[in-house]
Design a protein around this ligand. Structure first.
Ligand SMILES: NC(=O)c1ccc[n+]([C@@H]2O[C@H](COP(=O)([O-])OP(=O)(O)OC[C@H]3O[C@@H](n4cnc5c(N)ncnc54)[C@H](OP(=O)(O)O)[C@@H]3O)[C@@H](O)[C@H]2O)c1
Length: 325
């Protein structure tokens, strides 16, 4: 099969596309004929050796896939050959086939095409878990989303609206904010041009945001901590800016607020039933038209490096997808 291969840690330009051996299903695995693979920020890190997982060389990047099951291991009971599925793979999806433990594979609803399915699992799974289990977001509360036009950020805007929150989208350019507005954001903040803390104060009548969703970290986190409401929850989702911030806990004391960690992959493994219930709700909202995953660009397998670079260079909006078939 054809696959994008990482043979040594380095920038996306060092990836190669080669013929390699097809995977075989172990007892608890399925093999997926990959149609589309979603690109996520961890793909920019894993090829550089900067992610929490360091697969043995050579490996294919690509943390999630959508496609058709082509074989199943002897212990797999809930999936069969021919099923349309989406899967969280960690790595390996930028290839014509990928082997995945069956617990990380889910049937795709009829209403969803492969590009949308490849753009759905990681971002909507993460943001749903963050807003439901970690923040306990309530209707009428104010949700501030940083990096609001990115993969997880845009999903948080849509899910926040579906949960009945007032959503303030914050991003680094007018073009990116337009994308967040089209996804339903009520208010917009351009944090390249204005002070995040002052704007949040203005838009919330001085109260601050009840829930802050932060996939960016760095300087933005420092401002966000000072923009939180009484009893607020600040969700630590990621560090796309490249800096892991620190928090002065006296600020949290003064606001009766909490800094809350979000690790969707671990949640999905530890609480599979809760994760499944989240996806049933997400699929229902998708069918009702409340969630519309935005695939802004697609690349062929040979151009997977360009797709990764779009995210690494802060140029992506919504989701970028590698079209494998
Ligand atoms: N905790 C979890 O379970 C979980 C799950 C999935 C992803 N994540 C994390 O969430 C973060 C976002 O992932 P994603 O796939 O949504 O990425 P993405 O689509 O590239 O979005 C990241 C956003 O971060 C902002 N950003 C600020 N500084 C940046 C920089 N130097 N380079 C790139 N982007 C920058 C950009 O928005 P502006 O230009 O508007 O600032 C961009 O839209 C990553 O850190 C990822 O590891 C965490």
């Amino acid at each position: 099969m054809k696959a994008v291969l990482c043979k040594a840690f380095g920038p996306a330009e060092t990836l190669v596309v080669e013929e390699t051996t097809n995977p075989e299903a172990k007892k608890n695995e399925v093999i997926i004929d990959v149609h589309c693979a979603g690109v996520n920020f961890p793909d920019t890190l894993i090829i550089e050796g900067k992610y929490q997982f360091k697969p043995p060389f050579p490996f294919s990047p690509g943390g999630e896939a959508a496609g058709v099951v082509s074989s199943v291991g002897e212990k797999v009971s809930h999936l069969k050959v021919g099923d349309r599925v989406m899967a969280l793979t960690g790595w390996g999806s930028f290839a014509e086939q990928v082997a995945v433990p069956s617990y990380n594979v889910m049937p795709v609803p009829k209403s969803m095409d492969f590009p949308s399915a490849a753009a759905f699992g990681m971002t909507y799974g993460t943001s749903m878990h963050a807003l439901k289990q970690r923040a306990n977001l309530q209707p009428g509360e104010t949700l501030l989303v940083l990096g609001a036009s990115g993969g997880v950020g845009l999903a948080a805007v849509e899910i926040g609206k579906a949960m009945g929150a007032k959503v303030i989208a914050a991003a680094s350019s007018a073009e990116k904010l337009e994308v967040a507005k089209a996804a339903g954001a009520d208010e917009l903040i351009n944090y390249s041009e204005s002070n995040l803390k002052e704007e949040v104060k203005r838009l919330t009548g001085g109260q601050g945001a009840d829930v802050i969703y932060d996939p960016v970290g760095g300087d933005l986190f420092d401002l966000a901590v000072r923009s939180i409401a009484w009893n607020g929850r600040l969700l630590v989702v990621g560090f796309a800016s490249g800096r892991i911030p620190e928090v002065a806990v006296n600020l949290m004391l003064l606001k009766g607020a909490a800094v809350v960690g979000v690790f969707w992959g671990s949640f999905a493994q530890r609480q599979p039933q809760d994760n499944l219930a989240n996806f049933q709700q997400l699929f229902a909202w998708h069918t009702e038209g409340k969630l519309k995953p935005l695939v802004s660009e697609t690349f062929p397998l040979e151009k997977a490096a360009d797709a990764i670079n779009l995210l690494g260079q802060r140029k992506a909006v919504g989701k970028v997808v590698v079209q494998v078939r």
